[in-house]
Design a protein around this ligand. Structure first.
Ligand SMILES: CSC[C@@H](O)[C@@H](O)C(=O)COP(=O)(O)O
Length: 346
């Protein structure tokens, strides 16, 4: 599998996911501004991958701040960190990674080279940890998958959306590695086609049979008994278990409930935001209407406006379970999430 992002000497290399699957090109980021450009334009996307990219971007920012006085240096670095935090609003992993780097700076050595090395190591650790967490999630989630199963997923919560292996697709991979007969239905995921372009590409590369369906087909497919379970990722999970994920996820969950299909969310605990009590308080990114109004390079619906919320919130009562690195969490989620978060801090 091609890496999503990595360090090459002092340069952050980011796979340009906007070009996939047609071309595999990397963007060389030498400053934080370039990393932010990649995050905003979705060259790098998916909650955990955005978090790692933010950490790497802050290493570049730390290097660029040349102030000698440690207090002034920290003040400038903190200001840069806030610019990074604002790059995209919904995925809480971005703010989580920024806070982790800020906490490190608070106790960091004053020697600039040592300080920089510390931040660099932290960003590398986050990347490695993310893959390990995804594998753990995969092991827990695979137990929920029958021996033969068709799994429907929405958007791309795969290797490309993370440091590697994936969250929802990590569960798919782990089930396949355990010898189960898995087929995947990838919702195409309008308007930017993360399902058709990215999930299908990852599954074909993995040798796992995959069919792409238009987003509106979910109900029809389930009514014919063609879906055994749904597994999706998350951008932010509120303390009560409400789940923000790619626009269209809520529809999948509603159809799953209507047809008695289990609806699972696979996400690391870094995606759980205990400071946001419920889903209605999660900020939802509104993206450029042009993403909706352009089709195959030409303008669709001339004269019309567009609504383009990038995410929606699935209420916790539609979620069968949340698969995390510490295990499968069941309702009531306010209790199971709080316990898992407390466990992860010990
Ligand atoms: C493991 S990724 C989980 C989510 O981040 C994913 O499902 C998603 O909604 C990504 O949205 P995107 O706008 O492509 O960043």
């Amino acid at each position: 599998m091609i890496p999503t992002l990595y360090w090459q000497d002092d340069v952050v290399m980011i796979l340009d996911q906007r070009k996939l699957p047609a071309r595999t090109t990397f963007i060389a980021c030498r400053d934080m501004k370039r990393v932010i450009y990649c995050i905003k334009t979705l060259a790098v996307r998916g909650a955990p991958a955005i978090g790692v990219a933010a950490a790497m971007g802050l290493v570049l920012a730390a290097k660029a701040v040349k102030l000698k006085d440690p207090a002034k240096w920290a003040e400038r670095f903190r200001a840069q960190a806030e610019v990074m935090r604002a790059a995209r609003p919904t995925a809480v992993n971005l703010g989580w990674a920024v806070d982790r780097m800020l906490a490190l700076v608070a106790g960091a050595p004053e020697d600039p080279a040592e300080r920089l090395a510390l931040l660099r190591r932290e960003s590398e650790m986050m990347l490695a940890e993310d893959v390990a967490i995804n594998r753990a999630m995969g092991r827990h989630g695979a137990k929920l998958v029958p021996k033969r199963a068709t799994i429907l997923t929405h958007c791309n919560a795969g290797s490309l959306a993370t440091g590697g292996y994936g969250t929802a697709l990590g569960v798919v991979r782990a089930a396949a590695e355990a010898g189960k007969q898995i087929k995947v239905i990838a919702d195409e995921t309008r308007p930017l086609l993360q399902g058709a372009r990215l999930t299908a590409w990852e599954m074909v590369d993995e040798g796992i049979p995959v069919a792409v369906a238009v987003d509106g087909a979910v109900g029809a497919l389930m009514s014919k008994g063609l879906v055994d379970l749904c597994v999706v990722g998350a951008d932010r999970i509120a303390a009560n278990g409400d789940v923000a994920n790619k626009i269209g996820t809520f529809n999948v969950a509603l159809q799953a409930r209507r047809h008695g299909v289990p609806f699972y969310v696979a996400a690391p605990l870094s995606t759980v935001d205990m400071d946001t009590p419920s889903g209605d308080l999660i900020p939802i990114e509104e993206r450029d209407p042009a993403e909706v109004l352009a089709f195959a390079g030409s303008r669709a619906a001339p004269g019309a406006e567009a609504l383009n919320p990038a995410f929606d919130v699935t209420p916790n009562d539609l979620v069968s379970a949340i698969i995390t690195e510490v295990g499968v969490l069941r309702p009531p989620f306010n209790r199971s999430l709080a316990a898992a978060k407390a466990q992860s801090l010990t």
